[in-house]
Design a protein around this ligand. Structure first.
Ligand code: SF4
Length: 64
């Protein structure tokens, strides 16, 4: 299981993640929120979103 986590302290609300992977991330009040954790498992864009976060606020936890 891949579980995306956003560190809201670090997030600057740039919107990259929501643009790259809107089925997983959405911008709410200028902070990224994970709207569908399970979609990360099937969406190729999930890790790309994490890689393209300018402040590295997104981590993908790999759970068994
Ligand atoms: S890419 Fe990073 S900084 Fe930008 S909105 Fe997403 S989590 Fe926040």
């Amino acid at each position: 299981m891949m579980k995306p986590v956003v560190d809201e302290e670090l997030c600057i609300g740039c919107g990259n993640c929501a643009e790259i992977c809107p089925m997983v991330f959405q911008l709410v009040d200028e902070k990224s929120k994970v709207i569908d954790e399970e979609a990360c498992e099937f969406a190729d864009c999930c890790e790309a979103a994490a890689e393209n976060c300018p402040v590295e606020a997104i981590t993908i936890e790999h759970e068994s």
